[in-house]
Design a protein. Structure first.
Length: 129
């Protein structure tokens, strides 16, 4: 029974991680994986930050909850905070249109956005604990 629980938990974690990445990709006016395939380092760095931030929230949600349903709930709460982070950051920096800068390959913006995602993920994870 323990092995089955581990397998189910792992499956749910993988599905949530990739669902989270898919939702992030829907937010952009460009196809992010096409940009990565073209060698757009800025988009790659931002995508990496999204992946790590999503994994941090998911890891803390999984670690602090024994129920898969509670884990999913807390992941959803943390993930909504990550999504809101992008929109708020874009709103408070009107001179820097994030999606345009990323698509144009601005590595500084990609790096900054990745760091913002990871920082917010760590802060939000402290709420989950």
């Amino acid at each position: 029974m323990i092995v089955l629980n581990i397998v189910i938990s792992l499956l749910v974690i993988v599905l949530l991680q990739f669902a989270g990445m898919y939702v992030f990709s829907l937010m952009m006016p460009y196809r992010d994986m096409d940009e990565v395939n073209k060698g757009n380092l800025a988009v790659g760095i931002a995508k990496g930050g999204e992946f790590v931030a999503t994994a941090i929230v998911l890891a803390i949600a999984a670690y602090t909850n024994s129920s898969i349903w509670h884990m999913c709930l807390w992941f959803a709460v943390g993930y909504v905070c990550l999504i809101a982070t992008y929109w708020i950051f874009d709103w408070i920096t009107p001179s820097v249109k994030l999606s345009t800068q990323l698509q144009e390959g601005n590595v500084a913006v990609g790096t900054l956005l990745a760091a913002v995602y990871i920082g917010i993920a760590l802060a939000v994870s402290s709420i989950i604990i």
